[in-house]
Design a protein around this ligand. Structure first.
Ligand SMILES: [Fe+2]
Length: 195
């Protein structure tokens, strides 16, 4: 899958992230550099077409903005409607999140040493427009995300793999029980929303 968008900021960001991924193996270094580039792109302005920011009435959605042909990284427009959120989950790769609109409410947990251990919360943050956070690395990979505030939240999420095909863990926080899932890509519906 290649890019179907023509926003120049996004095209530049894709090129920059591709170059960073090629140049850096160290996740800590790479995620900080990706965060820096994403922060700069958001500050300049990324123009997402409305179909790629449209919430779904049933559940949060991930629209593909770019999937690297070699699967080295992907960029999603992740959209939570008011009141929507995720289970506690991991990513099994690195990830960087920047906020395009709305507020993302994140609760972070220590990654359990093994399956079956109750999870320990280690942070809670609200991320607003233009803010960028490294959401996940191999050692620090578990969180839960909700739409904060009273408008939908749109985040630009960068992951170190094709996140729409990557099997990953969902956790039952009280018991540490794990179930595996894949958050498949949602293809944007370019027709007008039903009113
Ligand atoms: Fe996540």
């Amino acid at each position: 899958m290649t890019t179907t968008l023509h926003d120049p900021q996004l095209a530049t960001l894709i090129d920059e992230i591709g170059a960073l991924v090629a140049a850096h193996d160290d996740e800590q270094v790479l995620t900080e550099l990706v965060a820096e580039r994403l922060r700069a792109a958001l500050a300049t302005g990324i123009d997402l077409p409305e179909p790629l920011t449209r919430p779904d009435t049933e559940r949060y959605v991930m629209y593909p903005l770019h999937v690297d042909p070699d699967g080295r990284f992907s960029i999603a427009s992740a959209v939570w409607n008011v009141g929507q959120g995720t289970p506690v989950h991991g990513h099994e790769t690195w990830g960087v999140v920047g906020i395009h609109s709305g507020v993302e409410h994140e609760i972070s947990f220590d990654k359990p040493e093994r399956e079956g251990l109750p999870l320990t919360q280690n942070g809670e943050e609200e991320w607003g427009v233009g803010q960028v956070t490294v959401c996940c690395t191999t050692d620090d990979d578990v969180h839960q995300v909700f739409c904060g505030g009273d408008e939908p939240c749109v985040g630009i999420h960068v992951y170190g793999a094709d996140i729409g095909t990557l099997p990953r863990r969902s956790y039952q926080p009280e018991t540490g029980e794990v179930s595996w899932f894949t958050s498949r890509w949602t293809q944007p519906n370019r027709t007008e929303p039903t009113r």
